[in-house]
Write a protein that binds this ligand. Structure first.
Ligand code: GLN
Length: 319
């Protein structure tokens, strides 16, 4: 084999994928295609289409550096500086949690809730991170305005940059403040949050060691303290007929649902299941003005009975 053929995109990809796979990365081929496409500024599809072309020395050096970092389990999203969420590219870096596909379940629930309501809607996004939840809601639902808060200055800068890059304009505003220190000047129709819910002893992907601890484990104390803080926030700031929607970790549905019921804030509590069949979003529906009924609880129809069995290839990531 000549030195030249050794440097074709195909050979470089093959060698890189083998080396990452040997280190236990399960999506090695996908990772190297995304990283090399990023280095060369081309899509994965055109990378594969022209894989008999040579790669220049400078690109090879940049790619080698990314591979070394990927081998240390730096998330691909941090290496390329963006992550797709609900069909849009969000800029991400180590200041924010990488948006997860399961969080799209929360967004879908919030959007479907918003479609059942008339007029302008005020939403509070607690712990916004990259802004992926609040910004997506604003872009998908023109009647909606979002106030987003996060305890991290870096996260708020990131969320603001995403809001302006994606055109969320004046309907998304972000403030650097912790939930516990925040007092709302207004009330909200909907409060959404993907709070830090990783518990001590949880097994997480190695990639999470590069993500902000504040976004994964938080500062509110042991689970379920953060959900109690969110319930207090709802008590102070949720309008009659409004809803509180929170993402939860695998295995937390029972505890969080019970907390919601015990709060006596809601006429109805629901739990929605994500694409992997895991109860992922707890929703409390506040009674409309003038209504007082006992709380009823349900799991989203049709979804609750689904199990992981039969969903081949599914591998839950982290919590
Ligand atoms: N599910 C995330 C994980 O994979 C945790 C997200 C969170 O704590 N909000 O670790």
């Amino acid at each position: 084999m000549t030195a030249r053929s050794n440097r074709t995109l195909r050979r470089v990809l093959e060698r890189a994928a083998t080396s990452l796979a040997r280190r236990g990365l399960t999506e090695a081929r996908l990772d190297v295609e995304v990283l090399l496409g990023f280095v060369l500024g081309v899509s994965r599809a055109s990378l594969v289409a022209r894989d008999d072309e040579p790669i220049d020395a400078q690109s090879r050096a940049v790619f080698a550096d990314l591979l070394r970092r990927r081998a240390r389990r730096v998330p691909v999203a941090y290496l390329v500086g963006s992550k797709e969420f609900f069909g849009r590219a969000f800029r991400v870096d180590a200041r924010v949690l990488v948006p997860r596909p399961e969080t799209e379940t929360l967004v879908e629930q919030a959007l479907s809730w918003s479609r059942g309501r008339d007029g302008p809607l005020d939403v509070l996004d607690v712990g916004t991170g990259s802004g992926c939840i609040g910004i997506t809601l604003v872009l998908e639902q023109p009647r909606l305005r979002c106030v987003a808060i996060d305890a991290s200055d870096g996260a708020v800068d990131c969320a603001r940059a995403n809001a302006s890059a994606l055109g969320a304009g004046e309907r998304f505003e972000a403030h650097a403040v912790a939930l516990e220190a925040w007092s709302a000047a207004q009330s909200f129709d909907l409060i959404v949050s993907n709070p830090p819910y990783v518990e001590p002893g949880d097994r997480c992907d190695p990639e999470t060691s590069h993500e902000p601890d504040l976004a994964l484990r938080g500062a509110s104390g042991p689970f379920p303290a953060i959900y109690d803080a969110l319930l207090t926030c709802a008590r102070n700031g949720l309008r009659p007929g409004g809803a509180l929607m929170v993402e939860i970790g695998a295995g937390q549905a029972e505890v969080v649902t019970r907390r919601f019921e015990q709060s006596e804030l809601f006429a109805r509590v629901e739990c929605a299941i994500d694409l992997a069949g895991i109860p992922r979003v707890v929703i409390g529906h506040a009674a409309s003005a003038g209504h007082t009924e006992p709380t009823s609880t349900s799991f989203s129809r049709g979804a609750c009975g689904r199990t992981l069995r039969g969903r081949r290839g599914f591998r839950p990531a982290g919590r």
